[in-house]
Design a protein around this ligand. Sequence first.
Ligand SMILES: NC(=O)c1ccc[n+]([C@@H]2O[C@H](COP(=O)([O-])OP(=O)(O)OC[C@H]3O[C@@H](n4cnc5c(N)ncnc54)[C@H](OP(=O)(O)O)[C@@H]3O)[C@@H](O)[C@H]2O)c1
Length: 406
Amino acid sequence: MFICSSGPRLGARPTPLRDPGAHNFNPGAGWSSLPEQLPDPFPYRAELDLPVPQRRNCAPTPTKKEHRGPSRLKPPLGFPGPIPAPCSRVWKDWSVCAPALCVCVLRRWISGGRCRCSLRLDGKTAVVTGANGGIGKETSREFAKRGARVIMACRDIIRGEAAAQEIRSSTGNGDVEVKHLDLSSLLSVRSFCEEVLRTEESLHLLVNNAGVMMCPKWLTEDGFEMQIAVNHLGHFLLTNQLLPLLRSSAPSRIINVSSIAHKGGEVDVDDLFFSRRSYSPLKSYRQSKLANVLFTRELSRRERGSGVSCFCLHPGVIRTELGRHVESSFPLLALLLSFPALLFMKTPHEGSQTTVYCAVTPGLESKSGKYFSDCAEKETAAEGRDDETALKLWNESCRLVGLDQD
Ligand SMILES: NC(=O)c1ccc[n+]([C@@H]2O[C@H](COP(=O)([O-])OP(=O)(O)OC[C@H]3O[C@@H](n4cnc5c(N)ncnc54)[C@H](OP(=O)(O)O)[C@@H]3O)[C@@H](O)[C@H]2O)c1
């Protein structure tokens, strides 16, 4: 056993190694550099046979990440070479942000065109059919927001009144009214028109928006097939009955909400109700939406110079109740599609934008008879430019709803 006299006692805290470049303050001599060679804090090392520590670099201990060397993140496809270490963090963040950004860009693209025109509609009167929900309700809200008097023409008065109340409170416009209109009944259409002609001094906007899609083969009380009856014939009669008021209020506009489904459609003027053809819910819907396009074309030709312009449009693919008949036939499919629908379909507000665009954009009169989508003029399918069929359909529609063919 030996006694260490000069070194620190065993168990005492060793003097910490000091940075040789550091400076020390000596009250007598001021700041001075520490000696190059620091004294070994364990001078008894030899006696204890302790290993001499390797001279260590005073650089800060590398972090765990730096020990890994170059980034182990896989570069994206097509990225030239490995990702440089300083970029790895950026890339890591980017790999999280990119999907979110893609979803945002996709959502923006799906939401489609927006009506940028902020024109007010104070003093104007608008009629919107099928206004208790979906696109019609949002169109009514937009008109009310711009100060118009809005007549919401609804089949379901209770839902219509609830929608109107919501619009009144959200826009602060109390001049929003609900009137009953069942487009599947010629009697209902006539009585609605009589009331409007009796009570309204002017009418500047008529939006033929109501629609039914792919229902089973149903016949209306007038003996018409339901889809062509609601989507075309009811609106045909409505428009013709309200035309005198629209003309006297000119400039005025009629907007027919059609669909891209008109493409590939066929209007069989001799068999509009599928009496001789086998009924197909999709064929019937397409026929009715093509009828909207042809009706717009013929109407614009007839109204040239009257101050009444008309337009038809595809509103986009929108989350509304339009698919109710498809959903009731395929409930599982509807359930499966409900989540993607949130992402890949327009909201009703977004779906109303092209209608609002056609209603308020100044100078659109020169485009009367045209077809719009995403707040821009688009070409219809070739079948939508068939003037002969448009005229035949007009005449047949007059006969069916009981109007003169002049
Ligand atoms: N949603 C889309 O993706 C899409 C795509 C292309 C075109 N469109 C067109 O957009 C228009 C509006 O559809 P939406 O998507 O808003 O569908 P929606 O939510 O089902 O709205 C349709 C509206 O039409 C009304 N309606 C149905 N039958 C009627 C009748 N006999 N008389 C009076 N009103 C009737 C409905 O009233 P009830 O609630 O009482 O049934 C409802 O208010 C339709 O013409 C449709 O063809 C929609």
